[in-house]
Write a new protein. Structure first.
Length: 163
């Protein structure tokens, strides 16, 4: 019989550890908020590469340690402020949005719940390459520059009075 994910282990005082896969899990506080996430690796090099990716994209504070939570791996990367899509990649749509900001392009991964997770900044040349790669793998790359400008203006305006 196959194991069913997620697996929940109750800790003390209402805290729980949720194992999403053999290599990822999270600690949830009694209020239901994620405190930390864990990603398992079998080599120091792989863990360091993942940690560098997290730091480069601002996807959380992290540290590498011997595995304490993910028992199928030798090492784990412990992450604070982890975005949802890293633990639940099935929430990602096959759409990437970008907006021109100065001399570069900010890119965002769109999730099925309607959120946009900041991905990374690209140069003009990198954006052109991203268009080719997205077309090859069947993803959409959408220009959201006008929406970003509109949204920025709206957020500076006072909200309309409620009736």
């Amino acid at each position: 019989m196959a194991e069913i994910s997620p697996q929940i282990t109750w800790l003390n005082e209402g805290w729980k550890f949720v194992l999403h896969s053999k290599k990822s899990g999270e600690i949830i506080n009694p209020q239901g908020t994620r405190q930390t996430a864990y990603f398992g690796f079998d080599s120091q090099a792989a863990a360091e590469k993942f940690m560098k990716l997290l730091i480069t994209h601002g996807w959380g504070d992290c540290q590498i340690r011997h595995s304490k939570r993910i028992n199928t791996c030798q090492l784990e990367v412990k992450v604070w402020h982890c975005p949802d899509f890293l633990l639940k990649p099935e929430t990602i749509t096959k759409t990437v949005g970008y907006a021109k900001v100065g001399h570069f392009y900010e890119t965002y991964l769109f999730t099925k719940n309607g959120q946009a997770q900041k991905y990374k900044n690209l140069t003009e040349e990198e954006l052109q390459n991203a268009h080719k790669v997205c077309a090859q793998v069947g993803w959409k790359l959408l220009d959201c520059t006008n929406f970003a400008k509109w949204f920025s203006r709206q957020s500076r305006l006072g909200s309309a009075p409620r009736q």
